[in-house]
Design a protein around this ligand. Structure first.
Ligand SMILES: NC(=O)c1ccc[n+]([C@@H]2O[C@H](COP(=O)([O-])OP(=O)(O)OC[C@H]3O[C@@H](n4cnc5c(N)ncnc54)[C@H](OP(=O)(O)O)[C@@H]3O)[C@@H](O)[C@H]2O)c1
Length: 245
């Protein structure tokens, strides 16, 4: 057992608070803090019912070759101390053919190290290319940047994911906290007794396959973000954010 800094302890506490509040999808990656983030997730999940958690991690494109994907997944799983629910190719690789990476992903499913295969930072064309490579599995999820301010995927990747039954994970969903100061979100939130960030996250979960993954290392942020769940924006307010923000 290594020594955790106070920042590590705070991150572990924030993660554990999030899990207690029902935020059970945990997103990490081999490249976050050079593997350290996966180790912290491994520590934070200790004592929780593993079946209640959905752990997502990612392989960096420099490890997209067949053997490297197998090694990277084994190393991630070791750091996490558990199997991986969803394993994503973090970004498309300009060097390694997607079918080589997908072949390794299928091997990992067969080995029981990962449960589902996914892609990050892919458009519809790239998703279709990857799906065409897969023999016994399908792409279960795509993770791209998406927020009430950054809606590029709304009319293509999200519609595609919805139609094809894929999960869509929205990263940078609160624009790194900037949405906390947004006037439209504040005005709408006043009607519900909710903060601008809670409105932003609720707007995202109103969209059928979207799962927002806000990062929060401060407990008060985790608690505020959890207040995005358990209620719903009206259709009118949803549309206003869609069209005016
Ligand atoms: N696949 C990819 O290529 C990719 C790229 C980027 C991110 N991601 C994933 O997406 C996650 C989130 O994205 P992100 O970190 O870029 O952006 P984000 O979630 O939009 O913003 C995180 C920032 O917002 C702050 N924050 C959290 N809750 C808040 C609240 N209620 N009020 C005010 N500020 C709040 C956090 O502060 P504190 O930490 O101080 O609480 C942090 O500085 C990452 O952790 C990562 O897992 C994936």
């Amino acid at each position: 057992m290594g020594f955790d800094s106070s920042a590590d302890q705070a991150s572990i506490a924030a993660l554990r608070r999030g899990i207690e509040l029902g935020m059970t999808v945990i997103d990490t990656a081999e490249m976050y803090a050079g593997g350290r983030a996966e180790e912290l997730v491994g520590k934070a999940i200790k004592g929780f019912d593993r079946d209640e958690l959905f752990i997502v991690t990612k392989v960096w494109p420099s490890h997209a070759r067949y053997d490297d994907v197998l090694k990277a997944a084994a190393a991630s799983s070791r750091r996490l101390g558990t199997y991986i629910d969803l394993y994503l190719l973090h970004w498309p690789s300009s060097e390694v053919p997607i079918c080589e990476t997908m072949r390794a992903m299928e091997k990992l499913v067969e080995m029981g190290l990962i449960r589902h295969i996914g892609l990050s930072n892919f458009g519809v064309k790239g998703i279709e290319e990857a799906r065409a490579c897969l023999k016994n599995n399908d792409i279960a999820a795509v993770q791209n940047r998406f927020s009430p301010l950054y809606k590029k995927d709304y009319y293509d990747v999200i519609l595609y994911a919805q139609r094809e039954g894929m999960m869509y994970m929205a990263y940078t969903p609160i624009e790194k906290g900037v949405l906390a100061g947004n006037d439209l979100l504040r005005r709408i939130g006043e009607k519900y007794g909710k903060t601008p960030i809670q409105v932003a996250l609720n707007w995202l979960i109103c969209i059928e396959p979207v799962v927002p993954i806000p990062k929060a290392s401060r407990i008060e942020h985790v608690e505020e973000n959890a207040g995005a769940m358990g209620w719903r924006l009206s259709r009118e307010d949803f549309e206003e954010i869609l069209n005016k923000l």
